[in-house]
Write a protein of this length. Sequence first.
Length: 280
Amino acid sequence: MTTPPDAAARRAVPPVICYPNETLPKPPLDLYRAARAGAQKVDEVIAPPRDAAHFRVPAGHFFRISSIEGPQVGDLNLWNADDLSERFYSGKSRALHGTHLTTGMRMWSSFPSLRPMATITEDTLGWYGIDAFGGSVHDVIGTRCDPYTHNLLAGGQYHHCCHSNLTRALADATGMTLAQAEPHVHDVLNVFMCTGFTRDSGQYFMKASPVRPGDYLEFFSEINLLGALSACPGGDCASQHSSDLAACHPLLIEVFAPAEGALDGWQSPPPNGYDRRHGG
Ligand SMILES: [Zn+2]
């Protein structure tokens, strides 16, 4: 390998944002917040430690994920409740918003729909920002802890990884078998997880989550949603996951319905407008 004479000049080229997002439709946060102010709680479910729970949120409702007993990371999957083939698209949400999501950002769905599934309306960890290590909270860069990678790196059979927890939760929600449910499980929003990439090696890192009981992340549901949330076996993800060693805590999911008429003028977003002819 030879370094070219103009290497420094090539490295010095300034970066350009891949997807300038000024043209993204802006979520009407003021309307959402006004609707939330008059909303009533209609449901709640607990994701037990090292396990997952499922929940349903009609379009125009809100859902909140809260830390309740101790620092805990959650792995979130979302599906269109009426068509499981439309699901959260972590990679495109990352391309549009960046590596970590916070208030005003959206969870976008898979092709061909590519529309907002949920909009983050409140984030009590929004103060964290980006720390000196390049770490931040609620990433869309990780995938989910899973028993296959665990087997590859450490051997053994660990069944309470988020991937398996989400598989069981989706099977419970739909009546599918585990084998039928598994292919629907997808890359997650890492709720409360603090992560980044090391500057020197570019490796995915995690560190103890800054979340404390009482913290929450709240969403406006843009379409009818089926959700599943796994309380990761990594607990606060300070040291390791895919084992029973970390202290783990439950996570609370609450659903809120807006008052009649509170969303007048709002419409659930339609699927993407591309005509799908692909030049054929
Ligand atoms: Zn996990």
